[in-house]
Ligand binder design. Structure first.
Ligand code: F6P
Length: 358
């Protein structure tokens, strides 16, 4: 009898169910006896022994369903070694649940923070497989994460929709794109949409005067409107000089809900034009996975099943050059994949006239 546990942790995305389905289908097709323990709401379920015993049929018909059938929650890595409010040692509790159930492996789907805890559990002796999930595409060691392409599609659609109304009204519009501290989603949605005239990323601190120049240039060229795709983590050149602590304090005290509103105010003041901000927010994580993510997850899930059957644990199942690969968790956990400001894609975008405000 093979016993596996599964959990989905951190911010959700569209393709978590598709990935779990891939794992389970890969196992049930090839393993005679399988028991699946689905932990509820991420690591919480593992800590507090909240789980459901699932069967193959629970994973049937969920390829297209967004969210996660297991539920998710954020359990910060930094807090993992801190006892809970009742003094419970969370790491020991997770190990104890795993051992009590006699699991052969724990499949963990999540982003960077989740991956760090997965690595910690590996170091503590558990058999772990990690599947790289996040709309931010910021996991080191894989070309792409699942959820990313679905989010690109939604963010692109948001920019497309803003295009028509911006051009009717001759307005400057800011579309704020998710991505936490990384600009991959904004870059792809901004460039793929073909419509963002200015793209502001955390990796390329902006100079507001350069942004204003780019707007003026468009006006001079007879373009009646401008669209800015701004990453939620975008940062000005001045703010980039601050220490982490100083910047945190500045963000905490600023009167704007996010950086986009600050930029909007500055543009309005410097250009005397009307600026609107549109924030698609969590819609970028919602709905069903796009076909690309369905294929990606089916492949990653199937590769995870193979790794489990081969007894190859302690790794992330990555996609590298269109091939699935087991990458040791110890080599990637704690590293962030950011946008390279000198990458071809940035250069190509600049060549077609997109401003990065630098
Ligand atoms: O990591 C995924 C993500 O959607 C980020 O892009 C965003 O910054 C964050 O999660 C939002 O988190 P929450 O859902 O907790 O508000």
């Amino acid at each position: 009898m093979m016993k596996i546990g599964m959990l989905t942790s951190g911010g959700d995305c569209q393709a978590l169910n598709a990935a779990m389905r891939g794992v389970v289908k890969g196992l049930t097709t090839n393993v005679d006896e399988l028991e699946i323990y689905g932990f509820e709401n991420g690591y919480k379920g593992l800590i507090y022994e909240q789980y459901r015993i699932l069967t193959a049929s629970d994973f049937s018909g969920i390829l297209t369903r967004g969210g996660t059938i297991l539920g998710s929650s954020r359990q910060p890595f930094k807090q993992m070694r801190v006892p809970d409010e009742n003094g419970l040692d969370k790491v020991e509790a997770m190990k104890s649940t795993y051992r009590k159930l006699g699991l052969d492996c724990l499949v963990i789907l999540g982003g960077n923070g989740t991956q760090k805890t997965a690595n910690l559990l590996r170091e503590e002796g558990l058999n772990i497989i990690h599947l790289p999930k996040t709309i931010d595409n910021d996991i080191y060691g894989t070309d792409v994460t699942f959820g990313f392409q679905s989010a690109v599609n939604i963010a692109t659609n948001a920019i497309d929709c803003i295009h028509t109304t911006a051009s009717s009204h001759g307005r400057v519009f800011i579309v704020e794109i998710m991505g936490h501290k990384v600009g991959s989603l904004t870059l792809h949605a901004g460039v793929v949409a073909g419509g963002a005239d200015i793209i502001l990323l955390p990796e390329i601190p902006y100079d507001i005067d350069k942004v204003v120049d780019a707007i003026h240039k468009r006006t001079k060229d007879g373009k009646g409107f401008t669209i800015l795709a701004v990453a939620e983590g975008a940062i000005s050149k001045d703010d980039a000089q601050l220490t982490k602590k100083q910047y945190k304090a500045k963000v905490a005290s600023r009167r704007y809900p996010s950086v986009s509103y600050e930029i909007a105010d500055q543009i309005q003041e410097k250009c005397g034009v009307e600026v609107r901000v549109a924030v698609p927010g969590h819609t970028q994580r919602g709905g069903s996975p796009c076909p690309y993510d369905r294929v990606l997850c089916t492949r990653l899930g199937s590769a995870a099943a193979k790794a489990i059957m081969d007894g190859k644990f302690g790794c992330m199942i990555a996609m590298i050059n269109n091939k699935t690969k087991c990458v040791p968790l110890g080599e990637v956990a704690g590293k962030l994949k950011t946008v390279d400001p000198d990458s071809q894609m940035i250069q190509e975008a600049k060549r077609i006239g997109i401003s990065f405000g630098d």
